[in-house]
Design a protein. Structure first.
Length: 464
């Protein structure tokens, strides 16, 4: 017995190296096997649509986790892993991608970036939307905050791509798709942007509709700046169409008799109702200022600058808004230019002649009603009359030779008196002026042409 025990004691230490060698061999053979099974299981799933896929192997047992986009896809993926040669057991930790109710997607734009949020139905759709955003938004940063979810309505891809095109037309704002309902808010980048978005939404896929469109158009701006140094009138901003454009430029040419009109206007949709009927009298008011700026923003008219005399400032402040269409507002910021130095009668006469050499006081055809286009010229004449307070001035009316002499005589007298009345209304003493009509007896051009007749129909200021 002792002999046997002694033999056993000698044998046992020799077993230890064998166990160590066996463990090392088992370790070295298991590790390549597990790596091989991971590789083969991954290859078996290469054509399977999954998200968040994870595969791990312990021996010949595979733990498989993933999110599938349908039950059939999930079951097929598990079966593919189970069929891999060498796999003994599959620990199935797969599940379906969460379902979104409602299925919502949005694109939101601020000053520097576009953020895509909500849900996309498939990785390919998500990638396609991101690619389109980066390609179409001109280098704007695109932030991907989209998740994958089930429950997308049919034709989701087409709807999302069409809506993504519209985010490029916004300066800022958000477009949301909730199931098949579209909601939009924000500020359009350009005039006409809201209309362009509205038109594009008519091409939404079948079954989709617009629940809310709160996109606002940017202010519709028209500006006119009268520069006395450059002697220019610069027009910028927008007009409704080419017809209104031409009419306003022509009106400016008549009202601003000294200034060169610089036309930088562009035609665009989005003009408020009554645009031309508000801008035209506003230009007349601007023509009465020595320097000034007219800004029309939507239905608000702001006129700032210096009037030539106090009565003119009062008339503009009180009168301009009365000529506007309903719903329009007038914000006058009118001051009065300091009075110019007095001059003697000879200089006064030369100043009158210079002004009336550039433009004529105009009347309605065959009548003694002064047209609005002459307001700027009349204010310059009044300013000159104020500079020679001791001079008496004859307001002389003249006509062309058309019609009867008696009628021409009467018309010339009435027109001369209308000018005197205008001057007196502006605050000049009535006893300084006399209205005289000469009919067609003192032409300054031949009456054989329309141009000559136009020159003969005139009002002269004669310092006495």
């Amino acid at each position: 017995m002792h002999r046997l025990f002694g033999w056993s004691s000698k044998w046992w230490p020799g077993v230890i190296p064998l166990v160590i060698f066996w463990a090392i061999a088992a370790w070295n053979s298991t590790e390549p096997l597990e790596a091989d099974l991971v590789q083969r299981a991954t290859a078996a799933l290469k054509d399977t649509l999954l998200d968040k896929r994870r595969i791990s192997v312990a021996g010949r047992d595979v733990t498989f986790a993933a999110e599938a986009f349908s039950e059939d896809g999930r079951a097929s993926a598990v079966a593919s892993v189970e069929a891999v040669p060498g796999v003994r057991l599959v620990n199935d930790q797969t599940r379906l991608v969460p379902e979104a109710k409602p299925f919502a997607w949005s694109a939101e734009r601020d000053v520097v970036r576009v953020t895509l949020s909500g849900n996309a139905p498939l990785p390919a759709t998500k990638a396609r939307v991101l690619e389109a955003a980066r390609a179409n938004l001109g280098g704007v940063e695109v932030v991907d905050a989209m998740n994958l979810a089930r429950g997308a309505p049919p034709r989701f891809d087409s709807a999302a791509l069409l809506l993504l095109d519209q985010i490029g037309k916004l300066k800022d704002g958000k477009i949301t798709l909730s199931d098949t309902k579209v909601s939009l808010s924000g500020m359009a980048r350009d005039l006409g942007g809201r209309e362009a978005i509205t038109a594009a939404l008519r091409n939404l896929p079948e079954g989709y509709s617009v629940a809310a469109n709160d996109v606002r158009a940017p202010p519709y701006i028209f500006q006119a700046y009268k520069d006395p140094v450059a002697v220019t009138l610069t027009l910028t901003g927008y007009v409704p169409d080419n017809t209104v454009h031409a009419a306003l430029v022509a009106a400016a040419g008549r009202k601003f008799f000294r200034e060169k009109v610089v036309d930088n206007l562009k035609a665009s949709v989005g003009a408020p109702a009554g645009f031309a009927n508000a801008v035209t009298p506003a230009l007349s008011a601007l023509s009465r200022l020595s320097t000034g700026t007219l800004v029309v923003s939507d239905r608000e008219v702001k006129l700032s600058g210096d009037a030539l005399y106090e009565a003119a400032a009062d008339q503009i402040r009180a009168g301009l808004g009365k000529d506007f269409p309903p719903g329009w507002q007038f914000r006058p910021e009118i001051s009065v230019r300091p009075a110019a130095a007095p001059v003697d009668a000879t200089v006064c006469q030369q100043l009158f002649a210079d002004l009336l050499g550039k433009a004529r006081i105009r009347f309605e055809s065959g009548k003694a009603n002064i047209v609005e286009d002459s307001a700027g010229l009349l204010d310059r004449l009044i300013e000159t009359a104020l500079r020679c307070p001791n001079a008496n001035i004859e307001i002389a009316g003249h006509t062309d030779s058309d019609g009867e002499n008696s009628a021409n005589q009467a018309l010339s007298e009435k027109r001369a008196q209308a000018v005197v009345d205008y001057l007196v209304k502006a605050g000049l003493p009535a006893n300084r002026f006399s209205a005289v009509g000469y009919g067609s007896t003192q032409p300054i051009a031949a009456n054989a042409s329309d141009e000559g007749k136009a020159q003969n129909r005139r009002i002269d200021f004669v310092v006495k």
